[in-house]
Design a protein around this ligand. Sequence first.
Ligand code: G3P
Length: 216
Amino acid sequence: MKIFIDSANINDIRTAYDMGAISGVTTNPSIISRENRKFDDIIADVTSIMVDGPIFAEVLSLEADGMIKEGRKLAKISKNIVVKIPMIPEGLKAVKTLSSEGINVCVTVIFSAPQAILAANAGAKYVAPFVGRLDDIGENGLDLAQEIRDIFDAQGITETKIVAASVRHPVHVVELAKMGVDIATMPFKVIMQMAKNPNTENAVKKFLEDWEKVPK
Ligand code: G3P
């Protein structure tokens, strides 16, 4: 399973990229707003780091025509840009048009399997079920990811990839990997939680302490 970082923080993106942990970057308007920087400056920096993987940027319009215009503009920034379109009926129109023009589109804020089926039919290259936000309302986000995986497998849908979003902790990541989800996108914090283990840290510390006992 590929891991993407769900962030617009350049330091975090660079660190995760240098660690070899990530092969893509996802953003949304909320993530962009946290950086207190201009969108164009953020995207320019991200494209300079993530030279070999997709960079997801979201449209803001709620009508198809506006989304199409925004999507075309975003796609011109870099060949790596994937246009994120919200899963609303107007959005599906934009997905159909943009994907027919060869622009890669991710349908985002997916909360049900029927939405994922429609998005795939409209030509989405990615569908993004929001795992954690379903957990937040007492449903099971992993069950949705599994349901979409099962449907895509049963239907032989390989051209639309599942990018599980709203991933909150390493157990989410492991379960998504076991079920064969294509990609999980997550905050930098979760990537670091995956990397770290107190036993590893203790073992490394002890090795160094013991090395001090070796006659020099
Ligand atoms: O990629 C979607 C993600 O940014 C939402 O995450 O934790 O705000 O539900 P969260």
